[in-house]
Design a protein. Structure first.
Length: 739
């Protein structure tokens, strides 16, 4: 059965939906961690299925197979080779941490199914998914006993041994004893971390008691409502006992959840193992995930305002909604891994290995209620933070502009564009058209267009905004899975703004951001300044409603599938290599490898023929600008220090072996903190570099609630942060050099 290329596709996610282009691993995968399973090797095959096969699986498997083979950009046939790659991906989805399945379990599944996944999808019988699920559940039952036994008595924190934190450096355990030992080390580390947190809380309380005026600040800094001071024992043995008891309770809940998978969990794991071989942005979203996806795309909900996705055994924060509760609170960040969730009056629930939709339900809630999250940061340390849920203020998701002035420099315009949006009557292109017009009226010497962390959005808006800055001409080329090429461009003569322009980017500027930056660079219309090459996502996804495709009402969910690739007017793709800045600045995120090229099975870079276009009349000489900028950066105390902080964090990421002897662990922890404190610039303590004046249509801060409470000072904080931003400050200086 052959599907027509366009008729089957329900919703086009214009080249670069922020949700489908977020840097990192598969954005909207089916569920959160191992759903399939673990067993006693040969004994598991004889056991009956823990969850009956869902009657929708046959239709789901066949439809996804047809779409992948005929509509995906690669037109790749699902054969034995793809099957073997998908099998490896499947094991990674099932047991990414290598904490459940023995090597014999994996070998048994491989012998039977490694090159048969293609046959299973064609037959509509997903036996691997269900046998793997049975194996996993059997192993979970065994591990739950191991963990309960290990935590029932004090652990030895004096042994001179280490634990490896990176599962990619580990082999699957070969024996039951090896599995037990792996869990023993894992639990010893977790106990040490929990005891360390207790000690930190007690130390903060003691310091606050000595300095009463700082008590509130210290309490706010701790911000850990899930660990009240009164609940922390004072002696080390009692703290160790509490840590073990808390862990035992947490793991018991987690294992119980793992033994109760959802109806389509097994199928989703297997299908997404297959889709990931085609490219990192093609995913199957079962009905529950589709609902989550719709909410994320709407930008309006009650909760903390964070988009989540699976990453190995964890739930990762993929994006913060500007204006949302988490964004305002300021501690949660993209890339954070959520370890536990606690609602008011309840104990924390460990959510490692929990399904994504279950975690989302726990975190969402009514306005005014508090949820406490424990998260693991990018450098490996953990923090606990309490966030008061609220209705997301959509205004913060829109473009915002200001005029920047500083001594000895000309007046400069600044526009921050968080995404390429189009909600109702308001679009990013219309907003930018108005803001560029205002900047022209302000008679600024130049404009900085800030696209840092802009993950993309609507393709047409990227084209339209480019058109506001050039006269006429092509903007982007798009090639579909059948080789057909289209050129999208600007046919309206004239520019909204024709003055000097800088586009500021980073490694998280993706998709539509790359279209805009790449076009302006190709036209020599703007100087691209950045901390790194942009993300490197040059593909277009669409959502295929599987019920519409099959003509059924089975609630099958949707397939997000890559159908096109876009190219710059120069003929270069942004895929993998991104847009390289003309002027490079120190990268505060240089220790994070979050580019498209770091993703497994990312599509390759390619080129097509360029399309004719006129060069802009910019006489700027990039080498001279870059040289002057480098000289200033070398003398800037904040920017010069960034490299030191990045080096410390990069070394920390690579140091994945942690000592388990308490004294050695504490020494390592103190040393790491001291190194980072010494290397990190104190951004919040530096003086303002510029004066920031918002343009007239900037939102007015909301007053404090009638019953008292904190005033909404987001605009003030935004201006304060912008005034201290050394990267924007350097852009102001570069514009001064462009006169």
């Amino acid at each position: 059965m052959r599907f027509p290329s366009r008729a089957l596709l329900g919703l086009i996610l214009a080249a670069c939906s922020a949700k489908s282009t977020s840097p990192g691993e598969q954005p909207h995968t089916a569920q959160a961690a191992p759903a399939p399973g673990a067993s006693q090797g040969q004994g598991a095959a004889a056991a009956g299925p823990s969850t009956p096969k869902d009657p929708r699986e046959a239709a789901l498997a066949g439809t996804v197979l047809q779409l992948l083979e005929h509509e995906h950009l690669l037109h790749k046939k699902l054969d034995d080779e793809v099957s073997r790659q998908a099998f490896t991906q499947y094991l990674d989805r099932v047991d990414a941490g290598k904490l459940f399945l023995l090597k014999s379990d994996r070998d048994a599944l491989a012998a039977k199914y490694a090159d048969k996944i293609d046959d299973e999808l064609r037959d509509g019988s997903l036996d691997l998914a269900h046998e793997g699920e049975r194996m996993f559940e059997d192993r979970v039952a065994e591990v739950s006993k191991i963990v309960a036994d290990l935590l029932a008595k004090p652990l030895d924190h004096d042994d001179d041994e280490t634990v490896e934190l990176d599962p990619k450096k580990l082999q699957p355990p070969a024996t039951d004893d090896e599995l037990r030992d792996r869990w023993r080390k894992k639990l010893e580390l977790e106990v040490l971390e929990r005891v360390g947190t207790m000690e930190d809380r007690l130390a903060a309380e003691a310091k606050a008691a000595k300095e009463p005026k700082k008590a509130k600040a210290e309490e706010k800094k701790a911000d850990d409502r899930s660990l009240p001071i009164a609940s922390i024992p004072k002696t080390l043995p009692e703290q160790e006992a509490k840590a073990r008891a808390d862990l035992a309770k947490s793991y018991a809940s987690r294992f119980a959840r793992l033994r109760e998978p959802g109806k389509l969990d097994a199928a989703s794991d297997l299908i997404n193992a297959v889709t990931s071989v085609y490219d990192p942005h093609t995913d199957y979203l079962p009905p529950s995930d589709k609902a989550n996806f719709d909410i994320e795309m709407s930008g309006s909900l009650e909760g903390i305002g964070a988009a989540l996705r699976e990453k190995d055994d964890y739930i990762e924060v993929s994006e913060l909604v500007p204006g949302g509760a988490a964004w305002r609170q300021g501690k949660l960040a993209p890339g954070d891994l959520i370890v536990s969730v606690a609602n008011e009056g309840q104990d924390p629930i460990d959510i490692v290995n929990m399904r994504l939709d279950d975690v989302v339900k726990m975190i969402r809630g009514k306005k005014g209620t508090v949820v406490t999250l424990r998260v693991r940061k990018g450098d490996g340390h953990e923090e606990t933070m309490s966030i008061t849920r609220d209705v997301v203020v959509i205004e913060e998701a829109y473009a915002r502009a200001a005029v920047l002035t500083k001594k000895g420099a000309p007046k400069v315009g600044y526009i921050h564009l968080p995404s390429f949006y189009g909600t109702g009557k308001r679009t990013s292109a219309k907003d930018l058209d108005r803001l560029f017009g205002q900047m022209k009226g302000e008679k600024v010497a130049g404009v900085i267009l800030d696209l840092r962390s802009n993950g993309g959005g609507l393709l047409q808006d990227a084209v339209d905004i480019t058109g506001e800055l050039i006269d006429t001409g092509p903007v982007v080329q798009v090639r579909d899975s059948r080789g057909k090429r289209d050129v999208l461009g600007d046919d309206d003569k004239g520019e909204t703004y024709d003055g000097p322009l800088i586009v500021l980017v980073d490694q998280f500027s993706a998709s539509a951001s790359e279209i805009l930056a790449g076009a302006l660079q190709d036209y020599h219309r703007a100087v691209i300044v950045g901390t790194a090459a942009t993300h490197g996502k040059g593909t277009v996804q669409t959502l295929a409603d599987l019920d519409r495709v099959t003509g059924s009402h089975n609630d099958l969910g949707v397939l997000k599938i890559t159908i096109e690739q876009f190219f710059r007017v120069s003929g270069d793709s942004t895929q993998r290599q991104g847009v390289k800045p003309d002027i490079l600045l120190p990268n505060p995120n240089g220790y994070i490898d979050a580019s498209e090229s770091s993703l497994e099975h990312a599509l390759p870079f390619s080129k097509i023929d360029p399309v004719p276009h006129d060069d802009w009349r910019m006489n700027t000489k990039i080498p001279q600008l870059a040289g002057k900028s480098a000289a200033r950066v070398a003398k800037d105390p904040v920017l010069a220090k960034i490299a030191n902080a990045v080096a410390v964090l990069k070394a920390r990421r690579e140091d994945t072996k942690v000592p388990l002897a308490m004294k050695a662990w504490e020494e390592r922890r103190k040393q790491q903190k001291a190194e980072l404190d010494a290397a990190s610039p104190e951004m919040d303590k530096m003086a303002a570099r510029m004066t920031v004046t918002t343009v007239e249509d900037a939102p007015v801060p909301a007053p404090a609630p009638a019953g008292g409470g904190r005033t909404d000072d987001r605009l003030t904080k935004w201006k304060d942060s912008l005034a201290r931003d050394p990267w924007v400050d350097e852009c102001v200086s570069i514009l001064g050099d462009m006169k």
